[in-house]
Write a protein that binds this ligand. Structure first.
Ligand code: ATP
Length: 590
């Protein structure tokens, strides 16, 4: 993701973003040509005005009228071009943003979790914005190049010797620009990368604001993040300095050239080698030359920034997405006699070359009942869930749903059968209602109320002034209540398999009781798989699976495991110590 593609590939990437709008761009280009033509005609009409002076039979109002008309027409064309190019630039930015947002949600989980969230956000907000001026620059570059050539041709028509002098200065200015431009692009790219890092660090740190404050790390974190902001500014300033150098050299070069042209032109006019009116027209063109040259500079600068942004946006397009269609064995029929979930010799790793996170897993999850997974930290419990949810694919072996391999389902089909409560029970932006309806937006009010009762949240919701429409960004809802909201979301429509990754932190009595009841209730009619961090959950399970170092080391009931597995005894002992609250079931009884 960090290796920049070659420059031509980047330009191609940028072109691919603007290509869908080629018709409007062609219109913009043609309008630009017209505007240039109008601008180019002005010095010639000025010459006409001067040539008319002193000629009795030639009325002066005619060339002056044409001059006025050119100004009005030129302004109208320029404005029109400005509007359509501005509109198309906004559309390019919008397209890029939409495609990135889509890609983020279509991508495999590891593509998203493997990168700082803030950096991904910066690509949508800041990088996409850079395409704005870059897309107009593609057309601007063509327009200004043609305007430059046309200006030089007209200058040649007026006086070939003076043109030679002009060309020499244009070549010198051009060479300086070509030499200095890549350095500007490099600095801009580095500035943008620092902004990406800044976004990533800021987002992550703001998320952990409580820890930051509790650790009295505000100043340290500020310094760390400000360092990225300073870095961006440093590169930005470097880009500004280089741009200023390029512009100053170009402007001064052209101004000097104009003075030389004026001197040489006056000398030639004195000898009758050029008419005064032609010299004036030539000088007007020479002044006008700055227009296309500065536009060229500006367009190239914008293009460089846009190309860097396009390359970063393109990296998002290269993210691996979850396949939308099932694999080859889609025709294999499912069976209600088969276990709802089954692992057959599953080995999985997060990245090639790393140790497998789980290996040789054989596991059956029956259609009904509670399966608890326990094991020390790093044993592979979360990885098992990731495999069930298809966030991760097995390297070998297979996972089956209703006896059918996962490969024969789409990701969506598999997930439609599961409900998942994350350990950190994240809430999505919006109200309590939005959160409850997140999985099933079509659920009825009665379903919502029933599920709120099930997780014992009905009283709390009634006590809120805005009830279900209370925004969850406000702090009126406690951690335990958030956990219950996540649980309610998961059980709103009875899932075939409820996957529950218990919070490791101690939960309040009401939340614990709600969790306990829900697990029991669901397990009587469907499958519940928990990553158990509380003794009460373990005691509740029909089957307990003990994971260690990526392998299943034992399985059975609590009594069987207590009798037969040393690690399990240790884990239970640890859970017992962790449980500070007296438990309703006496430990010795199990
Ligand atoms: N995204 C990841 N990339 C690379 N390795 C990972 C990733 N997630 C987990 N692992 C590794 O896989 C192994 C199993 O991790 P897993 O998270 O499944 O364990 P766990 O039993 O859930 O642990 P915990 O109870 O601490 O959450 C560990 O060695 C871990 O370092």
């Amino acid at each position: 993701m960090t290796v920049p593609p070659p420059r031509f590939a980047r330009l191609r990437t940028l072109v691919s973003f603007v290509a869908p709008h080629r018709r409007v761009l062609v219109a913009g280009f043609l309008l630009g040509l017209l505007a240039s033509a109008v601008g180019l005609a002005t010095p010639l009409v000025t010459k006409w005005v001067i040539d008319t002076l002193g000629q009795d039979h030639a009325p002066l109002w005619r060339p002056v009228g044409v001059l006025l008309a050119l100004v009005v027409v030129g302004a109208a064309i320029s404005m029109w071009q400005w509007v359509i190019m501005g509109t198309v630039a906004e559309k390019v930015v919008l397209d890029a943003r939409v495609s990135m947002i889509r890609q983020y949600f279509a991508a495999r989980v590891r593509e998203i979790t493997g990168r700082p969230t803030g950096e991904l956000v910066t690509r949508v907000t800041s990088d996409a914005g850079l395409l704005h001026s870059a897309s107009a620059s593609l057309v601007g570059l063509l327009n200004s190049s043609l305007a430059l050539v046309a200006t030089l041709v007209l200058m040649g028509v007026l006086d070939i010797v003076l043109l030679g002098l002009t060309l020499a200065s244009v070549v010198v200015v051009g060479a300086i620009m070509i030499t200095l431009m890549p350095a500007i692009a490099k600095a801009q790219e580095a500035a943008q990368e620092s902004v990406g890092r800044l976004g990533g660090a800021l987002e992550g740190t703001l998320r952990a604001i409580r820890t930051v404050k509790a650790s009295r790390a505000e100043v340290r974190q500020t310094d760390r993040i400000v360092a990225d902001a300073r870095d961006s500014a440093r590169h930005g300033i470097r880009a500004a300095r280089r741009t200023a150098t390029v512009w100053t050299i170009s402007w001064t070069g052209i101004q000097l050239a104009i003075i030389v042209i004026l001197g040489l032109g006056a000398w030639r006019a004195d000898r009758g080698l050029i008419e005064i009116s032609s010299l004036i027209a030539f000088l007007l063109y020479a002044f006008q030359l700055m227009g296309p040259i500065s536009e060229l500079t500006e367009n190239v600068t914008n293009l460089q920034a846009g190309m860097a942004a396009a390359a970063r946006i393109q990296q998002v397009a290269a993210m691996e997405v979850e396949p939308r269609s099932p694999g080859a064995s889609a025709a294999v029929p499912g069976s209600v006699d088969a276990p709802v979930l089954e692992f057959r010799s599953v080995t999985a790793r997060y990245a090639p070359g790393t140790e497998p996170a789980v290996r040789g897993i054989d596991l059956i999850v029956p259609r009904r009942g509670h399966t608890a997974i326990v094991g020390p930290s790093g044993a592979g419990k979360t990885t098992l869930f990731s495999l069930i949810l298809r966030f991760l694919e097995p390297e070998s072996g297979e996972v089956l749903l209703d006896g059918r391999p996962y490969g024969s389902f789409t990701h969506d089909e598999v997930r439609s059968r599961l409900a998942y409560v994350e350990q950190e029970t994240p809430v999505v932006p919006g109200t309590i209602r939005d959160n409850l309806l997140f999985t099933h937006p079509d659920a009825t009010e009665a379903e919502v109320l029933a599920v709120l009762r099930a997780v014992r949240l009905d009283d709390k919701i009634d006590s809120l002034a805005e009830g279900l429409d209370t925004s969850l960004t406000e702090n009126e809802v406690s951690g335990g209540q958030r956990q219950r909201i996540a649980l309610a979301r998961a059980i709103l429509r009875t899932p075939d398999v409820l996957l529950l990754d218990e919070a490791t932190a101690q939960v309040d009595g009401l939340t614990e009781a709600a969790l306990h009841d829900c697990i029991r209730e669901r397990a009587s009619s469907g499958a519940v798989v928990t990553i158990a961090h509380r003794l009460s959950t373990v005691l509740d399970a029909d089957t307990i699976v003990v994971l260690d170092e990526g392998r299943i080391r034992a399985r059975g009931t609590h009594a069987e495991l207590l009798a037969g597995d040393a690690l399990y005894r240790k884990l239970v002992e640890a859970l017992r110590i962790a449980e500070t609250r007296p438990h309703p079931t006496p430990i010795g009884a199990v």
